[in-house]
Design a protein around this ligand. Structure first.
Ligand SMILES: *Cc1c(COP(=O)(O)O)cnc(C)c1O
Length: 486
């Protein structure tokens, strides 16, 4: 694959070049037919790149330099909580006793790993205020779906088969309506009011006997805390519905407020966001779900239990919704989250929340004179600016995002949430220094000035990256994910 105009030569194969050296075979060659059933044999050699060890090293190092990660620079991608992933997490996850075990090993040989999972569940119970936790779901959206399946099982166990609707505010994360649909529900949208919070009158209008649940993203995608949660809980519980808390952004409330205390029946967490699991390259996540005691019988089996000081998996769960993930979740990510919680301690986690919220408010107030701020009030971990002032001058939010690349920053989340025109959702996180925040703010102010004085430099950005503007539709619709020689 060659891309001359971008001066990026991807294909470096030279026929006959190899990147490994193996000793001569000094044992009898095995008979393939005995090892593998016919039909599984390759007729022709696989087409693989032919490169030396040094070539391949340089190839990947060059690619990594063209990427942007949290270890290379500021990454204020709203809702994604791109905070620093402490390296102590990595060393603990690499302990041989964690890294080299197999999920099919006998329970008696992996008691330490099971204890870690059990303790992590206990910590998450305390952090969320829920009664029990499952570590099975592999990511946030998977946790949402898992919880909805439990809610459905709960209603059906009560002979309640007519609850077909899940209520989702228009300020919810995009995965909420998607998960509700995949779980077989109809999604009903409830509007936000002029403060950007759920409109209680509209909520009262849409709830009824057919309500299975309300899914609430809190803080919502505007970075605002839903003040009326207790009233919402009364309204939804009043008609027999369940309350679901999208806790992916727990970074804003951790150690300050707990979904369990607010009356929620289920919550998911994103351990790969708030609890410093590395993410952003499509790597594994972890989306544990916490439930109120009413939902415990429906937790996916097996459930990790402690009996006579030993840990064991309980498969005898007749009302369980079934398994939602092979084995017991993404163990390596759970080890990292456990390490993070233990190394921070309760006071550390509280400081995380305070600093995440402080950083977001600081940036919001410093940028407010230069960009529109449609919902002007204290924010939590993130805030949403609008680029509509710049759009009137012919520069779109996409252009501003591309221009930020020239300053070495990953852009914020853009065009989300949908209820903000030309939205820019900025989440600084607590791990950034004031100097970093100030440099980013300076870049944003400079761009706002360029939009007035020299819009073309913004409209034609980026100017300093190897790749300029991608054909994003083609990249999404026709991704080239496999090596091919031509
Ligand atoms: C990231 C996020 C999700 C989805 O989590 P995934 O792990 O990407 O599936 C859901 N809700 C909110 C509020 C989020 O920020």
């Amino acid at each position: 694959m060659r891309n001359e105009d971008q001066s990026l030569i991807f294909e470096i194969t030279k026929e006959g070049r190899i990147g490994y050296s193996l000793p001569e075979l000094d044992v009898p060659e095995l008979d393939l037919d005995e090892l593998l059933p016919a039909g599984y044999h390759r007729e022709e050699a696989a087409e693989l790149p032919e490169v030396s060890e040094l070539d391949i090293m340089r190839h990947y190092t060059a690619l990594s330099k063209r990427n942007h990660g949290i270890d290379s620079g500021f990454y204020p991608l709203g809702s994604c909580t791109m905070k620093y992933n402490p390296k102590i997490n990595e060393s603990v996850a690499r302990y041989p006793g964690f890294a080299n075990i197999h999920p099919l090993q006998d329970e008696s040989t992996v008691q330490g790993a099971m204890e870690l999972m059990y303790d992590l569940q206990e910590h998450l119970v305390e952090i969320t205020g829920m009664d029990e936790i499952t570590l099975q779901p592999a990511a946030g959206a998977h946790g949402e779906w898992t919880a909805l399946m439990m809610i459905r099982a709960f209603h059906e166990a009560n002979g309640d088969f007519h609850r077909t609707k899940v209520i989702v505010p228009d300020s919810a994360h995009g995965t909420n309506p998607a998960s509700a649909t995949v779980a077989g529900y109809d999604t009903i949208t409830v509007k936000s009011d002029e403060r950007g919070l759920v409109d209680l009158e509209d909520l009262k209008r849409v709830v009824g006997d057919d309500t299975a649940a309300l899914m609430l993203t809190n803080p919502n995608t505007l970075g605002l805390f839903e003040d009326d949660i207790v009233k919402m809980a009364e309204i939804v519980h009043g008609v027999g519905g369940k309350l679901y808390y999208d806790g992916a952004n727990l970074n804003a409330v951790m150690s300050k407020a707990r979904p369990g205390d607010m009356g929620f029946d289920a919550v998911h967490l994103n351990l790969h966001k708030t609890f410093t699991g590395p993410h952003g390259g499509g790597g594994p996540g972890s989306g544990p779900v916490g439930v109120h005691k009413d939902l415990i019988p429906f937790l996916p089996a097996p459930v990790l239990v402690k009996k006579d000081d030993k840990f064991t998996f309980d498969y005898d769960r007749p009302q369980a919704i079934g398994r939602v993930k092979p084995f017991y979740g993404n163990f390596g990510i759970n080890v990292r989250a456990y390490t993070y919680i233990r190394s921070m301690g309760p006071d550390g986690l509280k400081a995380v929340t305070e600093n995440a919220v402080l950083n977001a408010n600081y940036m919001m107030r410093r940028l407010e004179p230069y960009f529109d701020l449609p919902y002007n009030q204290h924010c939590k971990h993130e805030f949403v600016l609008s680029g509509r002032r710049q759009k009137k001058l012919g520069v779109r939010t996409l252009d501003i995002a591309k221009r930020l690349l020239d300053f070495g920053y990953h852009p914020p989340t853009i065009y989300f949430p949908l209820n903000v025109e030309e939205g820019m959702m900025i989440e600084p996180t607590e791990t950034e220094s004031k100097e970093t925040l100030d440099s980013f703010i300076d870049a944003m102010i400079q761009i706002a000035k360029e939009v007035e004085d020299n819009p073309e430099i913004v409209q034609t950005a980026p100017h300093t990256t190897v790749i300029k503007r991608l054909d994003e539709t083609r990249a999404a619709r026709q991704p080239v994910l496999r090596y091919s020689k031509d």
